[in-house]
Design a protein around this ligand. Structure first.
Ligand SMILES: *[C@@H]1O[C@H](CO)[C@@H](O)[C@H](O)[C@H]1NC(C)=O
Ligand SMILES: *[C@@H]1O[C@H](CO)[C@@H](O)[C@H](O)[C@H]1NC(C)=O
Ligand SMILES: *[C@@H]1O[C@H](CO)[C@@H](O)[C@H](O)[C@H]1NC(C)=O
Ligand SMILES: *[C@@H]1O[C@H](CO)[C@@H](O)[C@H](O)[C@H]1NC(C)=O
Ligand SMILES: *[C@@H]1O[C@H](CO)[C@@H](O)[C@H](O)[C@H]1NC(C)=O
Ligand SMILES: *[C@@H]1O[C@H](CO)[C@@H](O)[C@H](O)[C@H]1NC(C)=O
Length: 572
């Protein structure tokens, strides 16, 4: 129940955007065909966003989310993260969730009037003093993250998003919400309860089971709330939980998926990089960039190496037992599609995801790698953003026009399969494209935003941003840094200079690849990271492993992936 119920979010690497001004304003060198194509695609995405947004405003606002088929609403904030409703809210009429989630997208698309209108409405009408049991993780990434990000965008004098009338209303709301989170952390371990009632705090008989993501993905939003308000309680609570979680890792530096917050013991010891865990890794890394905390970098680095060692199989990642490192489940979950973006040079993994996307038209929630088939019960595609997200980051890193084409095919399938008159509907079953009456708020916060940024990244020109796991941008400010993480900027760093350059440049590889020489674990085995797979060699098409021959650099046999590409996959 827990695994399916945790909708945990994906994460990606923004490193390149942060330390390089990738956007080259001199358009003269650009192929004009690509410029026209990108402009046309950007307008297509803009239309998608407004189709989703305006239908929400017309038929669901101020409730949480739109039901696009029946043009009605669902007060889903209280249901997020749970399949069964155990504590039905008695007096909860929604928190305008989709509007809050849309704020930063409105800013990215430059819609000041609508942004301002939303801020005014929220400041006058939104209250968190409601008898609703919410999932801490979901409420944090969607509501708190949406509010702090929009607050920063609203106070940015260059954006002029709110014409002189902004009086920190969004921050006042965020702080009120943050205070309501704090009782969740009042446990013997400091690990927070997964559920909290916004009005009454932790319920009697509340479940003590939570997930790794649930404990480990709070630091960005709560840390920023502390920096903005000067009240250190939010950041300390989130950091304490993160450190406690890390202390529970196995000797292989692996974590499980679910745990008990009162005893600090693992419940589900198998884990991977998908549901229940993904954003833990993501937040270690991003929090290091945002706050310059060195210990978070060390935690991330060890965790990353363990992932590469125990979960990776060729371009795919499976799940493994945290104690033994033995493979447990051979499945692709759609949430994993974020991982290629992290590595920036992981074209090979991304390509496999694109292959599965193209096979079905969208990405099924769970795909069985060993049988090459969709999971019998998890056949849905709830408009998730992860592949669009990876595509955006990989395009930023490489400027390879191939990613623009991938983005175009994502946009086209979304319009073909999920667009209805009343908005965008999730897919219940990718094998027959049956629709479901739900337009998730992350479609507006993430899917549309990443696709828009893929085709037009002018929002990123003036400032460097980290995107939260819900796609809300947070600026990287030196004032928030304990110490600038200059370790990220190798002295021979080269930025991708224009659209034509396809040079893969990844600070990640600079950091992780030297670890090749590290001794890992008891076995003393060396780990190869993704960036050492020469992509040039893996563009070769194949039917069998024999078609691929031997890699000239390492003398190792290359093998043929599911999508029909040769590669030097790591087999342990
Ligand atoms: C929710 O809506 C119902 C029906 O419109 C109303 O009776 C109730 O007072 C509302 N509750 C709140 C908290 O606004
Ligand atoms: C801003 O959003 C509103 C509401 O959807 C829309 O009517 C308006 O055209 C948008 N403005 C711009 C400049 O896109
Ligand atoms: C929102 O607040 C404004 C100003 O207080 C009020 O006029 C309006 O009726 C409120 N809207 C709702 C839906 O409660
Ligand atoms: C808590 O659980 C116990 C044992 O199942 C039950 O007797 C009690 O009524 C529950 N209390 C509440 C408030 O649900
Ligand atoms: C990524 O893979 C695609 C498909 O094989 C290829 O066309 C593209 O050139 C590759 N990009 C990079 C940066 O290797
Ligand atoms: C950058 O420096 C590292 C370590 O100093 C070195 O291993 C690497 O080859 C250099 N890369 C380039 C492109 O010169």
């Amino acid at each position: 129940m827990m695994m399916g119920a945790w909708r945990c979010r994906a994460w990606l690497l923004l490193l390149l955007l942060i330390f390089c001004h990738l956007f080259d304003p001199s358009m003269s060198q650009l192929d004009s065909r690509w410029v026209a194509k990108k402009r046309q695609m950007r307008e297509k995405v803009r239309k998608m966003f407004y189709h989703a947004y305006e239908n929400y405003m017309a038929h669901a606002f101020p409730h949480d989310e739109l039901k696009p088929l029946t043009r009605s609403f669902t007060d889903s904030l209280s249901e997020l993260g749970n399949l069964k409703l155990e504590h039905l809210p008695t007096d909860y009429n929604g928190s305008a969730l989709t509007l809050i989630e849309s704020l930063s997208s409105l800013a990215v698309m430059g819609n000041r009037t609508e942004f301002e209108r939303a801020v005014i409405w929220l400041s006058e009408n939104l209250s968190f003093d409601v008898d609703a049991r919410v999932n801490l993780f979901e409420c944090n990434i969607r509501v708190l993250g949406g509010l702090v990000s929009a607050h920063i965008l609203a106070t940015d004098y260059t954006s002029k998003l709110v014409q002189g009338s902004y009086k920190n209303q969004l921050l006042v709301l965020a702080e009120d919400l943050g205070r309501r989170f704090l009782p969740a952390f009042d446990t013997p371990t400091g690990l927070p309860y997964a559920w909290i009632n916004l009005k009454y705090g932790v319920m009697e008989n509340e479940t003590t089971e939570t997930s790794t993501s649930g404990c480990g993905s709070l630091i960005l939003e709560m840390g920023v709330l502390s920096r903005l308000t000067g009240d250190p309680r939010y950041e300390s609570a989130a950091l304490r939980a993160l450190r406690k979680l890390w202390s529970m890792r196995s000797s292989l530096n692996l974590l499980g998926t679910t745990l008990d917050v009162t005893t600090g013991e693992w419940i589900e010891r198998s884990s991977g990089i998908g549901a229940g865990v993904d954003s833990f890794y993501e937040y270690l890394f991003k929090a290091h960039i945002l706050f310059g905390k060195e210990d978070l970098w060390r935690m991330f680095h060890s965790a990353y190496l363990a992932v590469q060692k125990y979960f990776r199989h060729g371009p795919w990642y499976h799940e493994a037992d945290m104690k033994t490192g033995k493979a447990t489940y051979w499945q692709l979950t759609s949430l994993q599609a974020f991982w290629p973006g992290l590595q920036a040079s992981a074209n090979s993994s991304h390509r496999e995801f694109v292959h599965v996307w193209k096979k079905f038209g969208v990405l099924p929630e769970r795909y069985l790698l060993d049988h090459q088939m969709v999971h019998p019960t998890e056949k849905y595609y709830p408009l998730r953003p992860e592949l669009a997200e990876s595509t955006f980051y990989l395009y930023q890193a490489t400027k390879d026009p191939w990613y623009i084409e991938v983005g175009e095919s994502i946009v086209n399938s979304l319009n073909l399969y999920t667009k209805v008159e009343g908005g965008f509907a999730s897919i219940r079953d990718v094998t027959n494209m049956e629709k479901e009456d739900h337009q998730h708020s992350f479609f507006l916060a993430e899917t549309c935003k990443y696709l828009y940024l893929l085709f037009d990244d002018s929002f990123l020109v003036d400032r460097n941003y980290i995107f939260t796991t819900e796609g809300h941008p947070l600026p990287v400010l030196s004032a928030w840094h304990e110490r600038l993480p200059e370790t990220f900027i190798p002295s021979n760093w080269t930025c991708v200079e224009n659209e034509k350059s396809t040079k893969p440049a990844s600070a990640m590889s600079q950091q992780v690849c030297p670890a090749l020489s590290l001794n890992l674990g008891d076995s003393g085995q060396k780990v190869e990271s993704a960036c050492h797979i020469p992509d040039a060699h893996s563009d070769h098409r194949c039917f069998t492993d024999e078609d691929c021959g031997v890699d000239s650099m390492s003398c190792r046999r290359r093998s043929c992936s599911m999508a029909g590409y040769c590669g030097l996959w790591l087999l342990i």
